[in-house]
Design a protein around this ligand. Sequence first.
Ligand code: ZN
Length: 144
Amino acid sequence: MQFFHQAIHFTLIDPTAKKILIVQRTSDEELEFGKWGFIGKHLLAGEDYPSGVFRAVEQELGFFSKGGCGEYAHHIFSHECCREFVRFFIVYWEGDPINLNSEKFVDYQWLTLDDLKTSKKHLLETTKYWIENVNWDSLKGWIG
Ligand SMILES: [Zn+2]
């Protein structure tokens, strides 16, 4: 039997600077170590998707988000171990200090959409998928 997970992936956008956050994984993360990308999290039993997003912001970025979030895409990713139904969210960042979960992440950067699309960084495969498939035009007012 194949495991089927429900998960969220998300990133922050800074509506003032019109930039998008990416984070770099530590080199001892089992999967895709050292790569840059968005953040993911499995949902807990009974947890709804936005709650999973805000829990992930708190656990991985170290602040309680007061900004809203919106869902911009969804996709089923097939991995060797499992299949994941993932909803992709954008969280509107309101300037809270970011404190990365240092067990998972070593660095972060804010990039414009153009810089993200042309980045030479090693990006996570799932992040590449979102970069290509999210309707970024619908975020025009937010990220320019
Ligand atoms: Zn999973």
